[in-house]
Write a protein that binds this ligand. Structure first.
Ligand code: NDP
Length: 330
């Protein structure tokens, strides 16, 4: 079977040369194991951090070893009592066309919604990230103003709609005019700014948020966040979800010193990783699926065809090539 391994650790922006495709023979199945065929592979910004050497909240990828991520797969053969041939499972699995996996850590997917791929997006890790980051840290109230950066991505597109369900006014920040149009026309954002063409983000945010910003859901960091932070209200909240604008930086740029803003306005800023909320995942999934089934929560995906396209799709996240969740279909 074919697998894709980490060939070298990138310095700055990764390139396709940092990946290598190779053929391997799979071992025989042992008791408690299943043979899987990958269906859909999730590519996510946090994978960039795992390409670096060093300790973080997820282990680094090892050189010459397969990249690993969220994968939806079909059971081809089973020596497990928990899974049978034909089952669909979700797990943290290698970038391999077929793989042997232990039954431990695999989750059986009984699709009740139209699309299986939703379990990599709105009903999976990114949907839960939007849900818990907004509801437990941002805590928007009706009538408040919520700003979301990375608004057209997998997490952002859900955050905006959840904030609308809470009765907030929602302003998005995204990287193209097409994304601006999509968020306003299809996903209920009240206003959206294209940060790539805007020449004064601070004053634009001020204009679009005449009552100031009560909640900032930050997916990107850097100068975009500096501009939002200057418009924060007294007792506002920042849900610090991601910093994608800095993931390829070799040196972290310093922004304006934000302490005066946070201190004098009594701002609450909390970083989080989604696993902090693991025990509440069933509650999150229940809410998200209910809203999806009721048509209150919509989603979109960019599905790239072909296993070999995995590295290209991952790198595409850093060029804004996706609307909603970026997924690769084998
Ligand atoms: P997205 O689907 O949002 O994909 C990434 C998007 O980021 C791109 O489409 C692009 O959109 C934008 N982007 C890329 N480079 C830059 C840049 N230099 N400046 C501004 N925007 C940029 O990814 P996810 O929704 O999966 O993740 C969003 C964020 O949330 C990431 O930072 C991720 O690391 C984080 N995250 C955190 C989790 C947690 O547990 N805390 C869990 C999951 C995700 P555009 O065209 O608008 O530039």
């Amino acid at each position: 079977t074919k697998q894709i391994v980490l060939a070298s650790r990138p310095n700055g922006i990764p390139t396709l040369n940092d990946f290598r495709s190779e053929n391997i023979e799979l071992n025989d199945l042992k008791k408690g194991e299943v043979l899987l065929k990958g269906l859909y592979y999730s590519v996510d910004p946090y994978m960039r951090g795992r390409m670096n050497e060093g300790k973080s909240y997820v282990p680094q990828f090892e050189l010459d070893q397969p990249i690993e991520g969220g994968v939806l797969a079909t059971v081809v053969e089973s020596k497990s009592d928990l899974f049978k041939t034909g089952d669909t499972v979700l797990g943290a699995l290698p970038w391999s066309e077929q793989m042997i996996a232990s039954e431990k850590g695999l989750q059986k997917i009984e699709s009740t919604v139209e699309s299986l791929t939703y379990y990599l997006g709105i009903l999976g890790m990114t949907g839960l990230t939007a849900y818990f980051g907004l509801m437990q840290i941002g805590k928007p109230k009706a009538g408040e103003t919520v700003v979301v950066s990375g608004a057209a991505g997998a997490v952002g597109i859900v955050v905006g709609q959840l904030a609308k369900i809470q009765g907030a006014r929602v302003i998005g920040i995204a990287g193209s005019d097409e994304k601006v149009k999509m968020l306003k026309e299809e996903f209920g954002y009240d206003e959206v700014v294209n940060y790539k063409t805007n020449t004064n983000m601070k004053s634009t945010i001020a204009k679009l948020c005449p009552n100031g910003v009560d909640v900032y859901f930050d997916n990107v960091g850097g100068s975009i966040s500096d501009a939002v932070i200057e418009n924060l209200n007294f007792h506002s909240r920042i849900a610090l979800c991601g910093q994608i604008s800095l993931y390829n930086s070799t040196e972290i740029p310093m922004g304006p010193r934000i302490q005066p803003m946070l201190l004098t306005r009594s701002v609450l800023m909390q970083g989080f990783i989604i696993n902090n909320f693991q025990k509440d995942f069933p509650e999150g999934i229940a809410h998200l699926s209910k809203w999806v089934n009721e048509g209150k929560l919509k989603f979109t995906e960019t599905i790239v065809e072909g296993f070999d396209q995995l590295p290209t799709a991952l790198l595409g996240l850093f060029k804004g090539e996706n609307n909603g969740k970026m997924i690769v279909k084998r």
